[in-house]
Write a new protein. Structure first.
Length: 529
């Protein structure tokens, strides 16, 4: 039986923690780490290699002993443990130890991993002695060309490097295609990022998944930063990437890349984020699940080029749903997990600790769209939400596109703002319970906000709800302080009567006189089928 996704993610953390307690390991027990001969290496050379590769026909990475690799499903993979005493860079004075992932059914292609020392790099050779596995594991008997599936960075062993409550666990991992993830300030994995995305939601076209085929690992002896170089390849493009990963009380990744197109791409997705949203208190089917909410992220946040802050609650729609948010010179976007209370989930996998991920351009991205792709999903084991940036300029064969952006993994958005942020979106029947019967075809929305601008309102001041919609009408609109005793916590309540069977875009923010007090709440209303 396949191991559930959430259990597999827990296994990654647990297996990373195993053995990293500072206990001395006898030299004779250390597995032999075999390295290839030194090779010249530089980021400029990797970029030139990627561009040359783009001028040649695409050749997929061969998978040796594929039938045996395919037997390593989630359950079998969870029982294969990299020996922590064999971690790369474990002996360095300021190093983060690096563990390696074994290939498996869902990431079969071997990935070459190199150690970088100055201007040279040496290939880390696969050796079954680097892994512990059960006697009947499908991994037994694989040859030396098996390779690795990826790697993970573990917390530093330096006593002065960590916060007193730091855990000996993963803090970043690269595994499968161009996927990677990191923990935030609450020591949890959750959503993922990708190197690039191709044709995520293009009618009539199959999505393409570029893959990192080579990693070059370059620890920095001082500070909290580790540099990863990667070579990306796919039928449509190649790329050379540099990730500067910094671990403090959060994880920050500065990404620099040069992507070269082999052929025209209909939809090029920059800085893609992949997450999971099953349901929340906003919309939950009766008797669907015992938990109040299940999601890794609950909304898309935007900071537009014009300075507007936008919040779009996520949904698990009846049918796949595409939304585009046009912008120019965006300041950032991200998939956020704002619900941070255990009682909202009541689950021992602790969804309230999942990190949010914010994308910050470090160059002018010009015009384009933030794309949100919400996929109908029956289970939490499926990542069903994608957000990314799509440039307006078409991606043409032969072009090399320079990319620079920052990824911040932590609980909240990384930038301070006085605006009230949306804390909840609730829906129900329109009208009032004390005045039955309720009007047919009318829906009630209650949207809550909290923030400094609301807390600093003059005594007796009541903010105004500014509402608009592409169609339909509003009624019963009013605002009130949420009666929970928390200053600056307000909610707007209104009834909405749709017009026709088409989807409608609702828009709301709070203001007092001429001052905007909150971010803009957006909602895509779709009449029930």
């Amino acid at each position: 039986m396949a191991l559930p996704r959430r259990d597999f993610l827990s296994t990654l953390v647990a297996s990373a923690a195993w053995g990293l307690t500072g206990t001395p390991v006898r030299a004779e027990t250390l597995p032999a780490l075999q390295l290839g001969p030194p090779e010249p290496f530089s980021f400029e050379g990797l970029q030139a290699e990627a561009q040359a590769l783009a001028r040649a026909p695409y050749r997929p990475v061969p998978v040796p002993q594929r039938a045996q690799i395919d037997q390593i499903d989630w359950a079998a993979h969870s029982q294969i443990h990299f020996k922590p005493e064999a971690a790369l860079f474990a002996a360095g004075p300021g190093a983060f130890p690096v563990g390696l992932f074994h290939p498996g059914k869902f990431f079969p292609a071997p990935v070459q991993i190199y150690q970088v020392e100055g201007d040279t790099a040496r290939l880390v050779r696969y050796d079954p002695a680097l892994f512990d596995s059960p006697p009947d594991s499908p991994a037994r008997g694989l040859g030396p060309d098996t390779g690795f599936a990826g790697f993970r960075l573990q917390e530093s062993r330096r006593p002065e490097a960590g916060h007193p409550d730091w855990h000996f666990n993963d803090w970043a991992a690269f595994l499968g295609a161009s996927y990677f993830r990191a923990i935030g300030d609450q020591y949890q994995y959750g959503l993922s990022a990708r190197g690039i995305a191709i044709d995520v939601a293009v009618p009539g076209r199959q999505e393409e998944f570029p893959a990192f085929t080579r990693f070059y690992l370059a620890p920095e002896p001082a500070g909290d930063t580790f540099t990863v170089y990667a070579l990306l390849d796919s039928p449509s493009l190649t790329g050379a990437y540099r990730f500067r990963l910094t671990r403090t009380d959060r994880v920050v990744m500065d990404v620099e890349a040069a992507v070269t197109l082999r052929q025209d791409v209909a939809q090029l997705g920059i800085a893609p984020i992949t997450s999971m949203y099953l349901f929340s208190k906003m919309a939950k089917k009766t008797r669907f699940d015992w938990r109040p909410e299940v999601h890794d992220s609950d909304g898309l946040a935007l900071w537009t080029g014009s300075g507007e802050h936008v919040w779009r609650p996520l949904d698990n729609p009846a049918h796949h749903r595409l939304s585009l948010f046009a912008d120019r010179h965006p300041r950032g976007f991200g998939l956020m997990q704002r619900e941070r209370h255990f009682d909202a989930y009541l689950d021992d996998v602790h969804y309230e600790r999942r990190p949010s991920l914010w994308v910050e351009p470090l160059q002018d991205w010009g015009e384009g769209d933030v794309l949100l792709w919400e996929i109908a999903s029956p289970e939490e084991t499926i990542d069903n939400v994608v957000a990314l940036w799509v440039p307006k300029t078409p991606a043409r064969a032969g072009e090399t596109l320079p990319l620079r952006y920052r990824l911040t993994w932590q609980s909240q958005e990384p930038f301070p703002t006085p605006y009230g942020r949306c804390t909840a979106t609730l829906r129900g029947r329109g009208g009032q319970p004390e005045h039955p019967p309720r009007p047919a075809g009318v829906e009630k929305f209650v949207v809550s906000f909290a923030g400094p601008a609301l807390a600093q309102l003059p005594a007796g001041a009541v903010p105004e709800a500014v509402l608009s919609a592409t169609r339909g009408t509003f009624s019963g609109v009013f605002t009130e302080a949420v009666p929970d005793g928390h200053p600056g916590h307000w909610r707007a309540q209104f009834d909405y009567t749709p017009a026709g069977a088409e989807a409608t875009e609702l828009r709301l923010f709070l203001r007092f006189r001429e001052d905007t007090l909150t971010e803009t709440w957006l909602f895509r209303y779709e009449p029930d089928a």
